[in-house]
Design a protein around this ligand. Structure first.
Ligand code: DC
Length: 232
């Protein structure tokens, strides 16, 4: 595998569908280049968790104005966790890394991420975190909205069934009792919601390159991306 690093620090934007392995991939690239990795989905999940815990989401219904009213109470930070080789996310000083990946949060996060004020707040934070470049950021709108000037934009996709199986394996490994059908439905619903929301819908930037990793290993994906970085 080539070991060429770009001469100057760049921004690598990784967008795509949920459960495509974006974070795993982004984390591996960041480790390889000595860059910061930012999982922006974790930020939308953290806001969703806070809204759930503070009553702004009841019986699965997201009460938009109530979520917006909570925003000025939410402070999101990241702290590097050497055990995971990535940063953990904290809300008001509490580590919420484990709590944001539940199916309950997954079921509400698309609705929360469709709220304009939520996006404005988080996009601003993300732009600030990447101001000095040298970041790999994964999400849905990184190459289109957060860093339209990113030097490398990758749009990731994979078969929905493969994605559901991956998330199922992840959750059951943690001891969560979920069904594969439930997960696949959630994956398909989120694809639809992410692509059809009014603000910053998930779409491939014109200058993004597509990576379909349905049948690729992480090593193969790394090989693929390092070749593209070397060609910059
Ligand atoms: O990547 P993920 O599945 O953890 O993301 C959770 C949700 O957050 C997903 O349904 C879409 C939303 N999201 C977004 O709207 N914009 C981003 N940059 C990242 C995630």
């Amino acid at each position: 595998m080539s070991d060429i690093k770009p001469h100057k620090k760049i921004v690598i934007a990784i967008d795509g569908f949920s459960s495509c392995g974006k974070s795993t991939f982004a984390k591996a690239i960041a480790a390889r280049l000595g860059y910061i990795f930012i999982d922006t989905g974790a930020m939308y999940r953290a806001v969703t968790l806070y809204a759930l815990e503070h009553g702004a989401i009841r019986s699965g219904i997201v009460h938009e104005e109530e979520v917006v009213a909570l925003l000025n109470q939410i402070s999101i930070t990241f702290r590097f966790n050497p055990e995971r080789g990535a940063s953990d996310i904290y809300v008001n000083g509490d580590r919420v890394e484990g709590k944001i990946r539940t199916i309950e949060v997954s079921n509400c996060v698309s609705a929360v991420s469709a709220i304009a004020e939520v996006r404005t707040m988080l996009v601003r934070m993300q732009q600030e975190m990447g101001r000095r470049r040298g970041v790999v950021m994964d999400g849905r709108d990184i190459g289109t909205v957060v860093f339209p000037d990113a030097e490398l934009k990758i749009f990731m996709t994979a078969d929905p069934h493969v994605r559901a199986q991956r998330r199922y394996d992840e959750l059951t490994a943690k001891g969560d009792r979920v069904s594969l059908e439930e997960i696949e439905q959630n994956v398909r619903d989120r694809d639809y919601q992410d692509m059809h929301r009014a603000i910053s819908p998930l779409r491939q930037a014109d200058d993004a390159i597509v990576l379909d990793n349905s049948t690729m290993t992480v090593e193969e994906q790394m090989e693929w991306v390092m070749e593209r970085i070397a060609a910059l």
